[in-house]
Design a protein around this ligand. Sequence first.
Ligand SMILES: Nc1ncnc2c1ncn2[C@@H]1O[C@H](COP(=O)(O)OP(=O)(O)OP(=O)(O)O)[C@@H](O)[C@H]1O
Length: 347
Amino acid sequence: MSAATSELVSPVSAGGTPLLDVRSLTVGFRRAGEELTAVRGIDFTIGDGERVALVGESGSGKSVTARSIMRLSPGAITTGEIRLAGEDILAMKQKRLRQIRGGTVAMVMQDPLSSLNPVRRIGDQVAEALRLHGRDPKKIGAEAIELLDRVGIPDPANRSRSYPHELSGGQRQRVVIAIALAGRPKLLIADEPTTALDVRLSAQILDLLRQISTDLGTAVLMITHDLGVVADFCERTLVMYAGRIVENAPTAALFNTPLHPYASGLLSSVPRVDEPRHRRFASMAGEPVRAGQVPAGCAFAPRCPHAQDDCRAVLPALAARPGRDAGHLVACHHPLAAGEQLWERAR
Ligand SMILES: Nc1ncnc2c1ncn2[C@@H]1O[C@H](COP(=O)(O)OP(=O)(O)OP(=O)(O)O)[C@@H](O)[C@H]1O
């Protein structure tokens, strides 16, 4: 994506650059002597305070992308450019990287139990995070309680003495969010933060993240399989397929007029009977591409009802379309016309 394009698709900070600027990011792994490319040259930006969804089938490269922003993919061979608040993440020394992690950018994972230490009181874990971020040691105790209060832990002074197993799943996720906020991050990466929770708790955690994002101006990159979460929470959505971003659009535009056949298929999903508020992504005909076996041209072509010869030969670039919103980018030689229904809606 050109600099001009990236400025069109995301709000920029006062300095004129986006908070996060990812260019030509490619991430590979060596497995059994073979190189497997999980992320294949992606470009995107996130502006200050912007809430962005990253969606796509399992294995499409969402988590690898998110972890790369924190340089947390062990064994990964990463090329391209990741600039966060103007700093080059891939060239960064370990010391600075440790400051950035939890400082400029923090992560909230799906399973709060795996993020918390089971044998330490939650107040101590929040205090430890504050200490790591250089807060005044005399004020840390009070600040930890304030943070627990801010994320909605009731009676935080008493609750701070609890161990993780004494809290409900929703409260544990609130503690994880408190720890993530300790370094006052500009960007919060949330990897399926509500998947392990029931509908009511999931809605509460989403409300909390929205409140944080609004009050503190924190940008959020949210990985999710839940269409309700995307629609409710995210202003912009990035759709990934086989390691590439195939559509990058304001969420409302994506839901109303998806341009990529794959994105359109993803959106043809059903409300789940047991979880009416949740709409999971539908599965489409054909097999997802396996990393390492990506065909030439558009990786979706073998499953795509729109595919023509050029799709199988030439990789489509992610670009705006004439007559469309300049912030609605698609990587497709034959995007859908407005209102075109490609997939039967699942029942
Ligand atoms: N450490 C690793 N070593 C080797 N391959 C990896 C590693 N991490 C991820 N991969 C591979 O990279 C590809 C993308 O994985 P990733 O976890 O990003 O998918 P995802 O879109 O987040 O899927 P899900 O929705 O299931 O979490 C997969 O083929 C996965 O097996």
